[in-house]
Design a protein around this ligand. Structure first.
Ligand SMILES: Nc1nc2c(c(=O)[nH]1)N[C@H]1C(S)=C(S)[C@@H](COP(=O)(O)OP(=O)(O)OC[C@H]3O[C@@H](n4cnc5c(=O)[nH]c(N)nc54)[C@H](O)[C@@H]3O)O[C@H]1N2
Ligand SMILES: Nc1nc2c(c(=O)[nH]1)N[C@H]1C(S)=C(S)[C@@H](COP(=O)(O)OP(=O)(O)OC[C@H]3O[C@@H](n4cnc5c(=O)[nH]c(N)nc54)[C@H](O)[C@@H]3O)O[C@H]1N2
Ligand code: SF4
Ligand SMILES: [Mo]
Length: 746
């Protein structure tokens, strides 16, 4: 059993959420906050997709009361006043570099363009005219030396224009935050089913009688998914959690959508069973589950024969893998694995859902395929209430992929780009996010255009990232608020920050796509920035303006595309499954993308059958204390560190220093199992050094909590100084969830 930190809540969610709502909505900012919550647009925060034309509080099936506190957190940050006009004249870049993530965010909204020129110490205001002059030069570099990076808060329209501009310039360097996130899901699922997104709609999820939730902290990161789990348990369904860390909200969750239960019973039970495995060993566990399903005669042979290919080898491998090997790899007993297999095998409609615990691994794609194999051998793909469901991150990250912001856009889009615009995409070229950093370090990038995000802070080995950025001549950061990247990820010549409207402020309509494949229409809105909106512009205006200056009328009339209705026309003609977007301005009808949700076992592969293949067991070797240069006699221990989000942050942006659900009072804590702390001769609350292969952090406080023995947890982006990128060769995604570190006392 693990040990729960003192004074932590006994349930996730709960009354503090209601308090948070009350505080925020009654604050001076409250009126604007309510207006924004009611604005007809999708929530900014996660990809669960709450909001849209039926009002800010509805989900995709039209149920109300679905807006969560995370949404309030995200909106409040965007409603901050603008940064004062002379602010940047007062602080040198070295002073700005001392700010924490929270402090950067609290500076306020960006409302005028800024530039840090080579050899100067201050960001200074710059006119849009000069921005465009610099852009014209910067984008005239050799196409292979131009790159973009994007983060999934922007709209489909901006994403579509970004890839069209980059490709029209001859560059396929379209790195995206999904490269650091769900790329293994897209790649793995495409291989198996011919379609890279969730096959389960929100509607379909409501028919499920078992959810296997793997490597996800949904109580913090997708809070409204918890409502579905509560309802599933209420109708007698089962929830199997696979996670090395006990997340309190996955045991019990009090949702404000169920006030009576929350208040009288202190919340709803979530997990039926909780499998606390060794980090990175999910494929081994899944092979164990497959083996047990075979042994308990719970597999669907007819289904496999009719609807899949390659199943024989998968079954053979599971049969031939000894129990001892499986149990040693994943650290669970045969009985625990058999119990999970029994629950899955006896359920009628199982949804397998996952997040970063699965993808941010050296074998992320294998993990995803192992999940798909497990779904298939139990006949749980291609029927209502069942299937594979990656839980996507940023609110429109999936839309970016659909719009072709990827180094490997799908075949149909490539054909459409060639047919309509004469663009031939060379997929042998193109840097994903990690490769982009390596290319920059090697001096192969001259111009980088970042549409949102924080490429610096999101990367492993921040020192390498800093060095890599310093070799790029010009960097454009398109953003709503300052972040660590703007002050640390500095270019060789010009670093430029460009302020843009948020989703609910744009002067035109936009669309976004949820993780459940539902397209939302976002109404135009107004900015609270005064006077006269500052110098903010829309992302669509920015991209079309740069494209027009650099490309003239090639291959489209760029100025015309400033009206997003025309962009949607192009999307309708070129993006598979998006036909209905051509009508959305007239009908206002939000829709599910065609060809994504499978309720019949006929998939999008050439043969229509799911393609199963064997998933190798992961290599889980660990370095010893000595390899960290620490003497065996020192008080210390090697543990597997998982890095992730606190309950009070959105990715690299910190909103709240403490994480009370995990008992971590500040950002420089390491959550450990008390046995490991004792074993190493250390003590809870002691300040220690945490050392990885790329750097170390001193003065880190030990907190004992719900970790599996041998594992630890720290927040990102702070922990990103510790380790170098250990990437999944199949997807380029770093193993942020399995970082060998040494923890030692001084
Ligand atoms: N409020 C809020 N919402 C967000 C975000 C945010 O930062 N804040 N970020 C958005 C984005 S971009 C994303 S990608 C998602 C992220 O959503 P999540 O993926 O839920 O977030 P993480 O914090 O990365 O944690 C994932 C979970 O994986 C578990 N884990 C670690 N290693 C393993 C392993 O080896 N196996 C298994 N099975 N589990 C493991 C961790 O214990 C943790 O519970 O959330 C999105 N929504
Ligand atoms: N160690 C470790 N590292 C990780 C992860 C991990 O779990 N562990 N997770 C990885 C994952 S899953 C992800 S997705 C990445 C996140 O990587 P990114 O997406 O690159 O980073 P964010 O922190 O989400 O970016 C936030 C910034 O986006 C800008 N922004 C917000 N809204 C808008 C908008 O509407 N338009 C524009 N243009 N800008 C906007 C704001 O300036 C804000 O500061 O980090 C990755 N890095
Ligand atoms: S669950 Fe996600 S999409 Fe829904 S309101 Fe919360 S943060 Fe927004
Ligand atoms: Mo993500």
């Amino acid at each position: 059993m693990t040990h729960t930190p003192k004074n932590t809540p006994q349930t996730g969610g709960g009354i503090s959420l209601v308090k948070y709502w009350a505080e925020k909505t009654l604050s001076p900012q409250g009126k604007k906050l309510w207006e924004t919550l009611n604005h007809k647009s999708a929530c900014l925060s996660c990809a669960w997709g709450t909001g849209g034309q039926k009002g800010g509080f509805t989900n995709e099936t039209g149920e109300s009361l679905q807006r969560c506190a995370k949404s309030v957190e995200a909106i409040s940050a965007e409603l901050q006043p603008p940064i004062k006009s002379h602010f940047f004249e007062k602080y040198t870049i070295s002073e700005l570099q001392k700010l924490t993530s929270l402090e950067c965010d609290r500076l306020g909204r960006l409302s005028y363009p800024l530039i840090l020129r080579q050899g100067t110490n201050y960001y200074e205001r710059i006119s849009w005219q000069e921005v465009y002059d610099i852009a014209e030069k910067a984008f005239s570099k050799k196409p292979d030396y131009i790159a973009s990076y994007s983060s999934g808060r922007s709209s489909n329209e901006a994403a579509y224009l970004l890839q069209l501009m980059m490709r029209s310039m001859g560059s396929n360097n379209l790195a995206d935050c999904s490269d650091l996130c769900h790329a293994p899901s897209t790649i793995g699922l495409k291989k198996v089913f011919g379609s890279g997104t969730s096959m389960v709609s929100l509607e379909s999820l409501k028919y499920s009688d078992c959810v296997v939730l793997i490597g996800s902290n949904a109580p913090a990161n997708h809070p409204r998914l918890m409502n579905e789990l509560i309802k599933l348990r209420d109708r007698g369904g089962k929830v199997i959690i696979i996670n090395p860390q006990i997340e309190i909200g996955l045991l019990k969750f009090a949702s404000p959508a169920f006030p009576i239960k929350s208040l009288l019973k202190g919340g709803s039970s979530i997990s039926t069973i909780y499998l606390q495995l060794i980090p990175g060993s999910d494929t081994a566990l899944l092979i164990g589950i497959q083996k047990s399903l075979i042994q308990q005669d719970l597999i669907k042979l007819d289904y496999l024969k009719y609807y899949t290919e390659g199943w024989e080898k998968v079954i053979e491998t599971a049969k031939n893998t000894p129990w001892q090997t499986i149990c040693d790899a994943c650290g669970l007993s045969q009985e625990e694995i058999e119990e999970a297999a029994y629950l899955i095998g006896k359920s009628q409609k199982v949804v397998f859902a996952w997040a970063m615990g699965i993808t941010q691994q050296k074998n992320g794609v294998d993990n995803v395929q192992a999940i798909a194999n497990t779904a298939l051998i139990t006949g749980n793909a291609g029927k209502l209430g069942a299937g594979t469901m990656p839980i996507r991150g940023h609110s429109n990250v999936q839309g970016f992929g659909s719009m072709g912001v990827s180094v490997k856009p799908n075949q149909k889009l490539q054909e459409a780009l060639s047919r309509m615009f004469g663009i031939s995409v060379d997929t042998s070229k193109g840097y994903r996010a990690r490769h982009l950093i390596d290319a920059a370090e090697a001096g192969k990038i001259d111009t980088l255009f970042c549409l949102g995000g924080n490429l610096y802070g999101a990367n492993p080995d921040l020192n390498q990232a800093k060095l890599a950025f310093s070799k790029i001549e010009t960097i454009f950061y398109v953003a709503t608020k300052p972040n660590l990247g703007h002050f640390h990820g500095l270019a060789k010549e010009n670093t430029i920050i460009l302020p843009v409207f948020t989703r609910f402020e744009n002067p035109h309509k936009t669309t976004t796509e949820s993780g459940n494949n539902f397209v939302r229409l976002n109404d135009e809105g107004k900015s609270h920035i005064t006077p006269d909106k500052g110098e903010l512009i829309s992302e669509v205006e920015l991209i079309t303006e740069i494209a027009h200056r650099c490309l003239g009328e090639k291959p489209v009339n760029w100025p015309k595309l400033q009206e997003t209705e025309y962009v949607r026309e192009l999307i309708a003609k070129t993006i598979p499954g998006y036909g209905k977007i051509g009508e959305i301005d007239k009908t206002k009808a939000e829709f599910t993308i065609q060809g994504r949700i499978f309720t019949q076992p006929k998939f999008s592969t050439p043969s229509g059958k799911a393609q199963m293949s064997v998933t190798p067991l992961p290599d889980l070797s660990m370095p010893d204390l000595a390899s960290f240069g620490i003497q065996e006699t020192a008080k210390g221990i090697v543990v597997i560190l998982g890095s992730g989000r606190s309950y009070g942050q959105h990715n690299t942006v910190v909103y709240n220093q403490a994480d009370k659900y995990r008992g971590m009072p500040h950002r420089y804590c390491i959550l450990m199992n008390y046995r490991d702390v004792n074993k190493a001769g250390l003590q809870e609350h002691q300040r220690v050094t945490v050392k990885g292969d790329a750097g170390s952090l001193e003065n880190v406080e030990i907190i004992c909590g719900g970790m599996r023995e041998g594992t630890a947890f720290m927040f990102y982006p702070e922990s990103n100084v510790l380790f170098s990128a250990n990437i999944d060769p199949k997807s380029g995604t770093p193993a942020y969830k399995r970082i060998p570190v040494c923890v030692y006392g001084n």
